[in-house]
Design a protein around this ligand. Structure first.
Ligand code: ADP
Ligand code: ZN
Ligand code: ZN
Length: 726
């Protein structure tokens, strides 16, 4: 009897053997439901063989093998294998977590017709007059009218016109009035396709010229330089070869915008959207469309890097510097790095796009490991990069968060009927509750963090664990009743603005105001149709959005990131300010950026004023080199947490003593995490680094095995490879 070896979603690094009466090698990559302890679970078959280490009488039988969809391809299983080894995470967990939720169930999936292709009206049928269809054929008339208006309709849209309309489709296909044929250049006549700038042309040719082999390009283009247009052209190239394109984007609600752009340009090309907001059925459908090769463009957030793509021809990672590509718990993978692995594996190009590349990618480009493709000017002719100035807060006071020059600039902008954006660097800048008598501040019971004041509902809330509580009436420490919010969060800034500009239409954008479904769509609509004068927001606003009416960006407090203990804080601050400044002056309105700061002479602000990414990156790289930080070394972090810090540190010390690292590897002492308590747990870590990846990996594999053998009840631990947060 054949034996199947199954990867299960359990935290041990072994596969499980079961008997099966009908398994064949075609079942490798197929899902199997098997008994596990007292339960049934579903995993993925990785091998079908005839022998096993398990005594035959102990071997259980597979409950069922689900064969309703294609098995996972060998190349995808290889990606999982790599991911499991590189990130030191059990293979079964890697595989099962990457699958859509409905494929993790102990049930076969019921497949609806996944991808009815959109139908396109032929040139012939565009000429047919509606009157030539007899009036009693109402449905036919309406269908033709809708087709003539839209050129392309999906079956779903047709069904909405009338259920009877679908019955006309076979006949119309026969008549040649409509076709299901995919044409890639069928963007409807109203859509203007821009003529590429010289730099864009160069970028497109550099990538398409060698489309049949692996190379990594860093598409480094200033904000507004038209990177999206470059993506569209190279995707068009992949489409013309019948290939699939995978486009990865950060977790920032940009998907609807980008999806709309793609759909407008390629209206007949099936597109699967796999972003994190999709529900289970949508995700499964998109995943299957991709696996069947039906979906040609796959748009998604980090998890989409694991999508099966039989005809993959191109990968794009947009905003590659964004930290949301790195998962911060469970399998701590970097979707950007896996995208590069996948491209190498499939021998295809991968494009990393950003206005402010991560130092790692920039460094690789400088060393010619990546191609450095630059777009140095804005694509829209009249648009220039905004003018950036600092307001010295040692000279200009900020009684309510705003300096006099900032208020005047906002006033001028309002008078000119243009939009402005007030940007607050959220990190460490939310208002906290402070007792002026004894300096007590409200803290979260479960985390080390300070609670943030939410004025609208008079609540204190923890931005790490979500804990909420009411305002205390008096200071719990000294009884003083005069406790007041300190600092300026988005809500306080909004209130201040209302008092300064009572007639202005002000819109606050932060995590609270965007939580509702469709909130983003409404907000974007309000901005684009100019129903808003002043936007107030945090980093959520900084990225990727195109706001054509925006002419002023005011940055209220960025300074605290300049002197942070996190060595990546300056890199992030620069990228963030560059991005937020990039929102201004994108169309033909000139843009201005004002930064309130106590350190107007800081090199970072100087580089920012000159829009000089390179100067800033070179300075930061020089600092990193001296300090021995990435990208000059490779790092891993052994993270651990438990209820008490003592237990955690003891565990880490024992782990350290187990290690027998070679010369090339540096092992530091365990230290408590900068944010000690999180969600009721106390945390510490131990840093490991090396100048080369290979010995580091070899060491970690061996060490990981030894740590796993330690008794570690009550301790949660994990290795974090290439950590981004400390
Ligand atoms: P980025 O992503 O690089 O910040 P976008 O792709 O958002 O820039 O492009 C900025 C603006 O420039 C968009 O409005 C886009 O339509 C326009 N654009 C892009 N390429 C061209 C071009 N070749 N000619 C004219 N306008 C262009
Ligand atoms: Zn007090
Ligand atoms: Zn908390």
């Amino acid at each position: 009897m054949p034996i199947v070896r199954v990867a299960l979603n359990v935290p041990v690094d072994t596969l499980f053997d079961y008997q099966s009466d009908d398994a064949t090698s075609h079942d490798i990559g197929q899902r199997a439901c098997v008994p596990f302890g007292k339960k049934r679970v579903t995993g993925v078959i990785l091998a079908v063989c005839t022998d096993t280490q398990i005594p035959i009488e102990k071997l259980k039988s597979v409950h069922s093998i689900f064969r309703e969809i294609e098995p996972l391809a060998a190349s995808l299983l290889e990606l999982f294998q790599f991911c499991s080894q590189y990130y030191h995470h059990p293979l079964g967990m890697v595989i099962m977590n990457s699958l859509p939720a409905l494929l993790r169930n102990n049930k076969p999936v019921r497949l609806k017709n996944t991808a009815p292709q959109p139908l396109m009206l032929s040139d012939l049928a565009k000429q047919i007059s509606l009157d030539s269809i007899p009036a009693r054929n109402r449905v036919a008339r309406r269908l033709l009218a809708e087709f003539q208006a839209a050129s392309v309709l999906t079956m779903q849209q047709i069904k909405q016109i009338s259920p009877r309309a679908t019955q006309l489709i076979p006949e119309w296909l026969q008549l040649g009035w409509i076709s299901a044929q995919q044409t890639i250049n069928s963007a409807s006549g109203t859509l203007k396709i821009p003529v590429l700038t010289q730099e864009q042309t160069h970028a497109v040719t550099a990538i398409t010229n060698e489309f049949d082999r692996f190379h990594t390009s860093l598409l480094h283009g200033v904000t507004g330089s038209g990177k999206t247009e470059v993506y569209l052209r190279i995707i068009e190239h992949a489409l013309s070869l019948g290939q699939q394109s995978l486009v990865l984007i950060p977790e920032i609600n940009l998907t609807p915008q980008l999806e709309a752009v793609f759909r407008a340009r390629f209206p007949t090309v099936p597109l699967a959207n796999l972003h994190s907001g999709r529900n289970d059925t949508e995700r499964l459908t998109g995943w299957i469309q991709a696996q069947r090769g039906e979906a040609k463009i796959i748009l998604g957030t980090r998890l989409a890097v694991f999508t099966p793509l039989p005809d993959l021809g191109l990968i794009i990672v947009d905003e590659e510097h964004d930290s949301s590509f790195k998962q911060q718990d469970g399998l701590r993978y970097s979707a950007r790095d896996l995208a590069i692995f996948r491209a190498r594996q499939a021998d295809i190009p991968v494009v990393l796009g950003s206005a402010t590349p991560s130092l790692e990618s920039y460094f690789n480009a400088l060393n010619n490991r990546y191609r450095h493709i630059r777009l140095t000017s804005r694509a829209v002719q009249a648009a220039t990069l905004p003018d950036i100035q600092c307001i010295d807060t040692r000279i200009h006071k900020t009684p309510d968060g705003f300096t006099e020059p900032m208020i005047r600039a906002l006033e001028k902008c309002l008078a000119e009927k243009r939009q402005s954006l007030v940007f607050i660097n959220r990190r460490g800048y939310a208002p906290v509750l402070l007792c002026k008598a004894c300096a007590w501040t409200a803290r979260c019971q479960r985390c080390s963090s300070r609670l943030v004041v939410h004025l609208s509902d008079k609540k204190l809330s923890c931005h790490h664990c979500g804990h909420q509580e009411n305002f205390p009436r008096a200071c719990p420490q000294c009884g003083n009743q005069d406790i007041a919010p300190f600092g300026h969060g988005t809500q306080r800034i909004e209130e201040t603005l209302i008092t300064h500009f009572p007639s202005a239409r002000i819109l606050r954008i932060d995590r609270d105001s965007t939580r509702r479904k469709n909130a983003w769509q409404e907000i974007l609509h309000a901005i684009h149709s100019h129903q808003v004068d002043i936007l107030v927001g945090t980093q959520l606003l900084a990225k990727g959005h195109d706001f054509p009416n925006l002419s002023l960006v005011g940055i209220l407090n960025a300074d605290n990131s300049l002197y942070s203990t996190d060595f990546r804080a300056s890199e992030r601050l620069f990228a963030q300010l560059m991005q937020v400044a990039g929102r201004a002056g994108r169309a033909n309105i000139p843009g201005h950026v004002l930064i309130q700061t106590e350190f107007p002479d800081h090199p970072l602000y100087h580089a920012l004023q000159r829009h000089d990414y390179d100067a800033s990156a070179q300075t930061l790289l020089a600092e990193r080199k001296i300090a021995g930080f990435p990208p000059f070394v490779y790092q891993a972090l052994l993270r651990a947490e438990a209820h008490g810090i003592k237990t955690v540190l003891e565990f880490l010390h024992r782990a350290k003593n187990l290690a027998n690292p070679p010369q090339s590897i540096e092992l530091f002492d365990p230290v408590p995490a900068p944010m000690l308590r999180l969600k009721g747990m106390e945390r510490a870590h131990l840093l490991i680094q090396s100048h080369s990846r290979k010995p580091l990996q070899t060491f970690l594999t061996d060490w990981h095995r030894k740590i796993a053998a330690l008794p570690h009840r009550k301790i949660r631990w994990a290795l974090d490879i290439d950590p981004m947060d400390f």
